[in-house]
Design a protein around this ligand. Sequence first.
Ligand code: HEM
Length: 377
Amino acid sequence: PYPVYEKLRKDEPVFKVMFPHGEFGWIISRYEDAVQVLKDSRFSKDMVKRYGADRQSIFSSTMLFSDPPDHRRLRGLVQKAFTPQLVAGMRSHIQDIASDLLDNLPSQETMNLIDDYAFPLPIIVISEILGVPLEDRDKFRMWSNTFIEASTMKNTVLLQQHVQEFTEYLTAWFAKVRKDPGQDLISQLVIAEESGDQLSEKELLGVVSLLIIAGHETTVNLIGNGILALLEHPEQRDLLIKRPELIHQAIEEMLRYNGPVEFSTSRWASEDIEFRGQHIAKGDLVIVALDSANRDEEQFKDPDVFDITREKSSHLAFGKGIHLCLGAPLARLEGEIAVSTLLHRFPNMRLQADVDTLEWRPGMVVRGVKEIPVQLI
Ligand code: HEM
């Protein structure tokens, strides 16, 4: 998509589009404009207010689709589980998970980076934080793939069926946790729910679904896209092997260069807004193209160059403003451990296919490759 974004930034930075369902929307492609939109409270995320109660989804009652004051309350309840200190305490455990995955690869010569490594790692971590059974991780993957790719799915019956299965699964799980709560995040949220009316059943279902999906769909692609960028730039891979302390900068560069979230979830104009000479009418959707902002030549020198020594990156891969990714400290840590561990174990790994033949996942929200075949030795 990058050449298209470059053209948009140059010619039509606030670009009017008509969505397939006949609605008007705007794509924001420049860095500076992206920051402004993400921080401007006139661009609302409350989709129930926009579309009415009959177009609700499981995510409608979550922080991701709400404005203050609800947003503050919904985010506050989960925020404490994701502070940088708490996350840092998980380092050695995440390290064990990464090492175990590599020890138990189906083959020590080749692997599919996504299925064998990038997918299981974050789903194991988030399942443990939430306290849901690990053996159900393939079900989570199936359900969340459906939700993420929903906009491109013609099969709405399958979508409905998966929403129903997912909801029933979680509702049964909450009932079990209520009888016998543990130390995990779902137990904490259930206790918060029972101790006052802080969180309704619908909100509980929403936040857990959001964490399961946001917690792994994106991180899989940070690991996948990030390692892919290293394999495409062997001199950068060799540099990272020689100077492992560059891992923090390398992860930030991976997030900037090929961010896992292409478009941040849409916002809508809660009033008529004049923006960069365009008239954004009340009700219009506004989509921020994060991956475009992250390649803006006004913000980043040589934006199309993948350079893990780039100083201080101000990329927008985690968004900006009040909806800034809640899981960013966890995602960064998982990314660092996943990439370092793999490189340390298999320093000579290389791509087993031509990069142009790799298939990218459909849909515009999450950007990632379906399979990455890698020769390990
Ligand atoms: C929000 C990206 C990993 C939980 C967001 C947003 C972005 C983002 C761009 C803001 C969306 C918007 O403004 O419309 C990413 C990326 C990740 C990642 C690139 C991995 C590399 C995670 C993880 C978790 C998580 C691991 C949790 C375990 C959330 C939540 C929100 C959010 C709860 C909503 C925050 C709010 O609305 O206040 N993420 N995310 N994310 N993310 Fe992440």
